[in-house]
Design a protein around this ligand. Structure first.
Ligand code: SAH
Ligand code: SF4
Ligand code: F3S
Length: 441
């Protein structure tokens, strides 16, 4: 019995899939203390803000939402507020959280989240504010029982941290160096999720999954890990993110093509269509190399769904550089593009670059790019006609739908069965009002 038994908690999450998954671990930790989750943040006894600092907007959002709880805390001083994740881990962030959030009881970073239970128990005894940011993990990040958000797709970490140091990016500073998990541990977790818990998609997570295994005592490649995981018996598929084009190997393309259990979807961030800008970003590849990967991937898997990340308005990006990015989108024809305006992150090299682009100009460019992508996507729908996709069959609002590896929905109006949540081949036979429909083959 501890003082948290039976109390209510609420977790607020910002940022990437990694953080979403870490919040699942936080919920696991809080439940081991006997706590229960509730939706109402104001009624929760413990509120955890798991933060992100990838761009200024993400930070502002988290900061404002934490501040919004100040009044609630004043009215109910027993409420415990925790702030964790990437924001507190920054050495020189926009906000000095320790000073600016005096009403927050516990502030920790990315390397000590697994000790959250200990911090809470300590706080219950001493009632003194805890501020503890450390540089290296104090315990393995993967020992916790997590409470997952979704019952179809499960996130599984394979590698933590990042060694790439792209000049715009804060992640290597707040997540530390690359650290791969043991293949056997990953295998056991995936097998349990698939065979005992019924998950259909396993999404392997890492800032750069292609670096997987380089730091292990017995080095293993990402392709080898995938081959190993595909040996697990069951009706499931593996997705992964994110891949860095620099380490994307021919071997990986071969494994993706060969293994039916690997989803035919690839998120391959390009960031810019200009090799000159890529060099300033320290991305370690040029457009020629990137395009050669895209070509090989499309040749090996013609039905593959491609997506990417783009940064618009990186320091020194000229109209000409930007037009090269527009050209790239027309050439690759991604199924989805995530475009961001460059955001200065203090402590990163690009924040010091002299030739920063005006916010208005960035805004103009990002909107232009998104408009173009919308047109491309609209046009892309034609490519589905008469093609057959391996889909997860689900019932959505009483209608059977096949979901492709890229997340596209194919309606199956003549579906005669009650089963769902299994994989089957669906052929697209009609496209109307931008909706696909077809039959199970
Ligand atoms: N590790 C992944 C992505 C991490 S962050 C990778 O290397 O692809 C997700 C995306 O945020 C990045 O791909 C990039 O497009 C964007 N991003 C990162 N830092 C940014 C910054 N300072 N300003 C704007 N966008 C940024
Ligand atoms: Fe950031 Fe680059 Fe690492 Fe991705 S690879 S997390 S963009 S430094
Ligand atoms: Fe944000 Fe940290 Fe992820 S900065 S994008 S939550 S690694």
């Amino acid at each position: 019995m501890n003082s948290y038994e039976g109390k209510a908690y609420h977790v607020v999450t910002y940022g990437c899939q990694m953080n979403v998954h870490e919040s699942e671990k936080i919920r696991g930790i809080l439940s081991t203390l006997g706590m229960l989750e509730i939706d109402d943040i104001e009624k929760a006894d413990v509120v955890v803000f798991n933060t992100c600092c990838i761009r200024e907007g993400a930070e502002d959002r988290a900061y404002n939402n934490i501040m919004a709880l100040k009044k609630v805390k004043e009215a109910d001083p027993n409420k415990i507020i925790v702030v964790c994740g990437c924001m507190p881990q920054q050495k020189q962030g926009k906000y000095n959280l320790k000073e600016r959030l005096p009403f927050v009881d516990i502030i920790i970073g990315t390397h000590n989240i697994n000790a959250l239970a200990q911090y809470l128990l300590k706080f219950a005894i001493n009632k003194t504010r805890i501020y503890d940011i450390i540089d290296r993990p104090i315990a393995s990040m993967d020992t916790n029982e997590c409470i997952r958000d979704d019952n179809i797709n499960a996130y599984v970490n394979i590698i933590y941290g990042c060694n790439k140091f792209c000049t715009y990016c804060i992640v290597p500073y707040v997540r530390g160096r690359e650290m791969s998990r043991q293949p056997q541990d990953i295998y056991n977790e995936v097998r349990d999720l698939v065979q005992n818990k019924g998950y259909k998609y396993i999404t392997l997570l890492g800032q750069n999954v292609n670096s997987y295994g380089k730091d292990l005592k017995e080095p293993t490649t990402f392709s080898e890990l995938l081959t190993y995981l595909c040996k697990i018996e069951g009706d499931f598929k593996i997705k992964f993110m994110t891949s860095h084009p620099m380490d994307f190997s021919d071997e990986l393309i071969k494994v993706m093509k060969k293994e039916d259990k690997i989803a035919k979807a690839l998120h391959l961030p390009v960031q810019s269509g200009s090799s000159r800008i890529l060099e300033k970003m320290n991305r370690h590849y040029d457009i020629k190399h990137y395009m050669s990967i895209i070509k090989k991937v499309k040749r090996a898997m013609p039905n593959i769904s491609l997506s990417t990340d783009i940064i618009v308005g990186f320091p020194g990006e000229t109209e000409k550089d930007f037009n090269l990015t527009m050209k790239l989108l027309k050439k690759v024809k991604y199924d989805q593009v995530f475009a961001f305006m460059y955001s200065k992150r203090s402590g990163t090299p690009a924040a010091q670059f002299k030739d920063q682009i005006d916010e208005k100009e960035k805004n103009k460019r990002v909107n232009k790019l998104l408009r173009l992508q919308k047109l491309i996507q609209k046009d892309q729908i034609k490519k589905y006609f008469n093609k057959t996709y391996d889909c997860l069959i689900r019932h959505i609002n009483g209608v059977a739908v096949g979901i492709t590896d890229g997340g596209k929905e194919i309606y199956i109006p003549n579906y005669k069965y009650v089963n769902q949540n299994y994989f089957a081949k669906v052929k697209v036979e009609d496209i109307r009002n931008h909706k696909l429909s077809g039959e199970i083959k």
